[in-house]
Write a protein that binds this ligand. Structure first.
Ligand code: PLP
Length: 419
């Protein structure tokens, strides 16, 4: 064995290349750091989906009280079981069952540290099946790609169709799947697209997945945040056609992403998943991660019980108004257009026409210059797998939204080619 020379150590661990897939956070940090250090203007964040700090979006006081009560009860100072506290799992099962044609039980629920850990648990379980591949939407939520790379799970992308309300391109889906494909992901209501899928489209997805012999991972982080013509329909409704893993979280509907509480629900009323042992793998993986803070779990039954209150109506109305403001303002901007109005979630995808612009070659450069010149942050589509597009978050304080969009407009005007 070669021993390192003390004066000249050769560290075995060397820096390797970073993963080429950047998370949304990394891209946003890049934008924020792109401007001069001397510039002290506060950024207007149209880049990420966390409105919790804005007064208009603060969660209902009863939710905060539920946490305080849980802490003060002294009943939640211990470790929780790996799968989550039983009353918490039962409450999540009840909450989800209200929208399903069958009932989930606490056995169908795993409690996770936010929605992102739900993604991690499911993808790392699938990575345990060698040769498996999964299908992700494009554009999508890059945390899926980042996680899949991390756990060595092969993935492929099917397209979403902007001209059809960002529905799944079923042909593209079918052409990608092969005998090793085990699952597909949908995000509904959509991040980044603001789509809300109709009952018919979800049914079509379920039938296609059944035909392909794959199950569906339905990311419903924005569940119930729908304000267009279509109601939110959970994918679990089609659980008898195709097994569904539903991923959920308190982060978005309750605007409390800091509380780090999510779940994986297995909707498999026909028992199709039993022999695959995939649920055992999920449970196995869950044991590897640390689970959410026990007192937050303890507050969940009360928080979910309150899920139909005034807060939610006001919240969805506010999102709807913000989406309208955003679309109306974007329409006034020549180099940007919006092929599909958002009907849910907190985002809209808009197309950037760079050839109208003087000194901007692509969406990334657009966002860098926008951050630098106007202190406005917008997410480049490149970060989401769709070059030439931008994702705008409209879930921010309405006065700031107006200001940010006015700056976006001024920026575009200033960079438009003189004809
Ligand atoms: C925010 C989000 C999640 C999970 O969020 P957590 O903050 O980890 O609860 C999952 N999927 C999508 C599409 C999201 O936007």
């Amino acid at each position: 064995m070669e021993i390192n020379d003390q004066d000249n150590p050769k560290w075995r661990l060397r820096a390797t290349q970073q993963t080429p897939t950047k998370s949304i956070r990394e891209v946003l940090t890049l934008l924020v750091n792109s401007r001069d250090a001397a510039d002290q203007r506060p950024f207007i964040q149209l880049g990420h989906g966390d409105p919790s700090a804005f007064p208009s979006f603060r969660t209902a006081r009863i939710n905060e009280d539920a946490i305080v009560d849980a802490v003060k009860s002294g009943s939640f100072n211990s470790y929780a079981p790996a799968l989550g506290l039983l009353p918490t799992r039962r409450a999540i099962a009840e909450y989800l069952s209200a929208d399903l044609p069958y009932r989930l039980s606490s056995d169908d629920i795993l409690v996770t540290t936010g929605g992102r850990q739900a993604i991690r648990v499911v993808l790392s379980a699938l990575a345990g099946f060698s040769t498996a591949n999964v299908l992700f939407p494009k554009p999508g939520y890059p945390f899926y790609e980042v996680t899949a790379k991390y756990v060595n799970l092969e993935f492929r992308h099917f397209n979403l169709l902007p001209e059809r309300g960002w529905e799944v391109d079923i042909d593209s889906l079918e052409s990608l799947a092969d005998e090793n494909t085990v699952a597909m992901v949908i995000i509904n209501p959509g991040n980044p697209c603001g789509n809300v899928y109709s009952y018919q489209h979800l049914n079509q997805i379920a039938e296609t997945a059944k035909k392909l012999g794959i199950f569906v991972i339905s990311d419903e982080a924005y569940g119930h945040l729908a304000f267009g013509s279509k109601p939110f329909v959970p994918m679990g409704v089609f659980g008898a056609i195709v097994p569904v893993f539903t991923l959920g979280t308190l982060s978005k509907r309750w605007t409390v992403p800091g509380w780090r509480l999510g779940w994986v629900a297995t909707s498999d009323p026909s028992g199709a998943l039993k022999e695959t042992k995939v649920v055992d793998c999920l449970i196995d993986r869950l044991d590897f991660f640390s689970n959410p803070t026990t007192f937050v779990q303890g507050a969940v039954p009360k928080i979910l019980e309150n899920a139909k209150g005034e807060f939610f109506n006001n919240y969805v109305n506010l999102l709807s108004q913000c989406a309208d403001t955003c679309c109306n303002k974007v329409q006034e901007i020549e180099c940007i257009n919006c092929p599909s109005k958002p009907e849910g979630s907190m985002f809209v995808m808009v197309k950037l026409d760079v050839w109208d612009l003087d000194d901007i070659r692509d969406d990334m450069e657009f966002c860098m210059k926008l951050a630098k010149e106007e202190a406005v942050i917008v997410l480049p589509g490149t970060a989401l797998g769709l070059k030439g597009w931008l994702r705008i978050t409209f879930a921010i304080e309405p006065s700031l939204l107006e200001e940010g969009l006015a700056k976006l407009k001024a920026f575009c005007k200033r960079h438009t080619k003189q004809k």
